[in-house]
Design a binder for this molecule. Sequence first.
Ligand code: ADP
Ligand code: MG
Length: 446
Amino acid sequence: MAVIDARVMRSVLEHLWDQHPSDCRHWFNDIEAVDMDGGTIRFLVQEPVQLRYLQRHCTDQFTEATQVATGRLLGIEFITPKDLVNHTPSNDVVTGTSIQTEHEGGMLLSPDYTFESFVVGPDNRLAHAAASAVAQQPGRAYNPFFVHGSVGLGKTHLLQAICQQSMRNNPDMRIYYTSCNAFMNQFLEAVQDGDMGSFRHRFRNYDLLVVDDIHDLSKRDTSQEEFFHTFNTLYQGGRQVVLSSDAPPNEIPDLEERLTSRFGCGLVANIERPCYETRVSIVKSKAALRSLELPDDVAGYIAARIDTNIREIEGAITKIQTMAMLDGIDIDLALTKKSIGNQVKLNGPAQLTIQDILDTVSGYYGLKLTDLLSKRRHKSVSLPRQIGMYLARKHTRFSLGEIGGYFGGRDHTTVMHAVRSIDGRRTGDNHLDQDINQLESVLLED
Ligand code: ADP
Ligand code: MG
């Protein structure tokens, strides 16, 4: 086993930051090249989530960088301190560090989603405070903890931060993070395999169960039943349950009343769309993860252009970073404008008004505007109306209640029902899907 010269690691890192900056994270600078054995070089990272990130996203990049640094084509292995002590990988199912490899259906945690990188603002203060209390005192602070808000506002980020913090506080804790769909798939598989016993045993033995996007339970009767029992067992045993959803418990359609009331019995926190100042800080936090310092005017420009879905910020930063790299220049406002300034979609849908949608939909179906807004329930009117609500939800930043207001004073549950119904039918109904594609292309063209 050969020890590696420190210069090798430096030059590997240099190559990575230079050639693959958007894959790099600030903690890359702490990675060590520990040793080499039989043509394989081993890189040591501190956290299991970092390990998974490298394994999933960076193997090719490290192979390339190592080849450049050493002049040899070497195998790459990423390891954590545990592997240094214990050379054979352990199969211990119950430790927190094994949670991600343990179950195929479980989602991987992103090392980017920690409390440190989560920006707190007036729009998410309660959700953040509660999440951090839950991570400190699982099962005792708020149970269940239920966080809701629309897409891209940081629910998954918070949920994963809870897992990572709890894992750090207590490495022996049995933690499981899953999307609701993955939970249901595992459940259905267990049913098919006639293996419900072990499924139940597993799910009812976690100290912390985190289920993302629990609204997906709606309309799934048997899964709801199973989740109800899992929930009760955990809850009664004083274990922590954390859930996220796009709506508060009582607004998730087709959810059994007993689940609605269970979900609401701990703490329910809402995440709102972030204000401009929060968005500027999020842009900076995202850049800092990549060791990128953005001038204030650049961060401000990005924050101003992206206000609906925070997820788009990352794409924008990647784009700007890549442009800067290709042109070999520093990031400044001019470059930023050039990179994302003409990106219609970043901004376009946000500027779409509900009036545009009402006009386009009524025109397309040959209806009068007053028909769309009326109380008439005939299918020739109600379907276009539902499609209009669906489009408004998808392409504007208005809340369900606001959209209901525009569509003839309907309440938010009507809008939510419409959105889900169209969304669900779109996959199976080609005719409907074509209509919506047509409408979207009219609405979204510049
Ligand atoms: P959701 O699960 O609510 O749809 P995500 O948690 O996936 O949203 O967040 C989308 C993106 O926005 C992620 O990259 C996340 O890190 C980022 N993000 C959202 N809110 C914040 C915040 N307050 N601070 C830092 N990043 C945030
Ligand atoms: Mg999410």
